[in-house]
Design a protein around this ligand. Sequence first.
Ligand code: SF4
Length: 324
Amino acid sequence: MQSFEKPILVCSRCLGFDNCRFNGQILYNDLVNSLKPYVEFKTPCPETDIGLGVPRYPVRIIQDKGQNTMFQPSTKSDFTGKMNSFVKEYLNNLNAVDGFILKSKSPSCGIGDVKVYKDVDNPANFSKGDGLFGGEVKRRFSGKAVEDEMRLSNPRILDHFLKKIFTLAAFRKVKKANNIKALIELQTKNKLLYMSYNQKELKNLGNIVASHKKKDKGEILEKYENHLDIALARGPTYKSNINVLHHALGYVSENISREEKTFFLDTIQMYKEDRAPFESCLSLIYSWVLRFDVEYLKNQTLFHPYPDELRKGFEPDRRREFWG
Ligand code: SF4
């Protein structure tokens, strides 16, 4: 049974932790709920944390001389200074974190889909941007997994998010232990997972680990972290996933029959044409890995990048999108 280091996630408090929305509501979210046993949550609510009550009049982001400000139209109050101070202090004190689940569209927590008004008196004149908290999170934590709950309802984005937070958490443990042996083990068991993300960075990460005798431990870990952020910046593509499947096949191809091999290659083709999930190819390979006791592949995180229980909630119609 594989064990997983608990990722540390910052999550908007209204997503299932407290009735802190402007209208006194709480938003229950299946993903956040199912993650609770597996992650450590930190749950700020920037608006109530700066002293706004519940319920409260809504705030808006207004662009003023090129700066985004936080304004409450009904009271004509400007909360920009208070909010920016809170954001700075909160994020400065965030020692370790692997990812963020932020409330979409919120003028405080939102990322990318927040209404940014050009004119306080004209609600029809707006563009889309970030909330004051969400925007600063994006700027400071570009290497971490930063998403909102709406985007995470896309199974492909969710799969990437989960792979990323559990991989970053595993590295954080190694970094905390300041242990090169653990780093070598991490690199070894993540080889196929990294390959599915970014071949070039897989090589860079391997070279960094290989140079451990010539360099300072802290320098190695720092460099590894930087390249890990680059490697996990974007989710795997069909092409890179197929490449990994062919690579894995190389470890078992001499043991399986010609019919089995043909069936596997046909399944890859079906995956390529969106007629089969990536997981069906992985399961086939993994069954041979177990049958022929291929120790190296048995321990690859690619086959179990995060707790299997986190796949439970996916509905059949959503799984098709999941075939990334
Ligand atoms: S979106 Fe953010 S600021 Fe608004 S209620 Fe939720 S946690 Fe609080």
